[in-house]
Design a binder for this molecule. Structure first.
Ligand code: SF4
Length: 231
């Protein structure tokens, strides 16, 4: 299988663990604020990392690395995901999976087979605006809601997260999201970061004060909510 990106060591991608991160290309969304646009739009055109090299690296780093994050793109689209998880698990690593939540069946299968240990699921917007924020006509909201409701039942450690973009989100949007995912164990409001890799240019981050204000509103329904990446 093609691994489109590989971070050998990170403290940011797997909460509480020193981890490596693998990126699988391709995505069924076109979020305008996506910062991995080349992975989404041209997954086969960038660098490719041989799986055997990555597994060799992970084998050598046992005892140093504490987990592996599989990110994207949308990793659940890759037909090799299950086999990849099996290979990583055989080395003894816990796995965190980043997902947009459009494949609840596979998430449940992988969790049920103990092939993933942690899920980070994006919440792009309240349900009413999902297609616009996902950049597609049909955002498969029924499937996303199935993933939300399943995670809310605490089948494994998880987090929800929303990248907050000044031009795309309002306080009311974040309140509606918090009503949707009320009871979430973990919810992060993440700061948008501009870069040349963004799907569409012209967006900006909210100020620290604005993010703090949004957090206070969200915490009325999700007391454990936190900010991430806000300087
Ligand atoms: S932000 Fe995530 S879900 Fe959206 S296009 Fe990028 S990789 Fe896909």
């Amino acid at each position: 299988m093609d691994i489109s990106g590989f971070t050998k060591t990170t403290l940011l991608d797997y909460p509480g663990r020193i981890a490596a991160t693998l990126f699988l290309g391709g995505c069924n969304f076109r979020c305008p604020f996506c910062h991995n646009s080349s992975l989404v739009l041209a997954p086969g055109e960038g660098p490719s990392y041989p799986l055997e090299d990555i597994l060799y690296f992970l084998k050598k780093r046992r005892g140093i690395l504490e987990g592996v994050c599989i990110s994207g793109g949308e990793p659940t689209l890759n037909p090799g995901l299950r086999s990849l998880c099996e290979s990583i698990k055989a080395l003894g690593y816990p796995i965190k999976l980043d997902t947009n939540g459009t494949n609840p069946g596979l998430l449940q299968e992988l969790a049920g087979e103990h092939l993933i240990d942690h899920i980070a699921m994006d919440i792009k917007s309240p349900p009413a605006h999902y297609a616009k924020l996902a950049g597609v006509e049909d955002a498969a909201l029924d499937k996303i809601d199935r993933s939300v409701q399943w995670l809310l039942s605490d089948p494994l450690p998880y987090e929800f997260r929303t990248t907050v973009v000044r031009e795309l989100h309002t306080e009311e949007d974040l309140i509606q999201i918090s009503k949707w995912i009320a009871g979430a164990a973990q919810y992060f409001l993440q700061a948008y970061r501009d870069s040349p890799q963004v799907m569409q240019r012209g967006y900006s981050a909210c100020s620290k004060e604005e993010m703090g204000h949004y957090l206070r509103s969200v915490r009325l329904l999700i007391p454990s909510a936190q900010l991430r990446g806000v300087d």
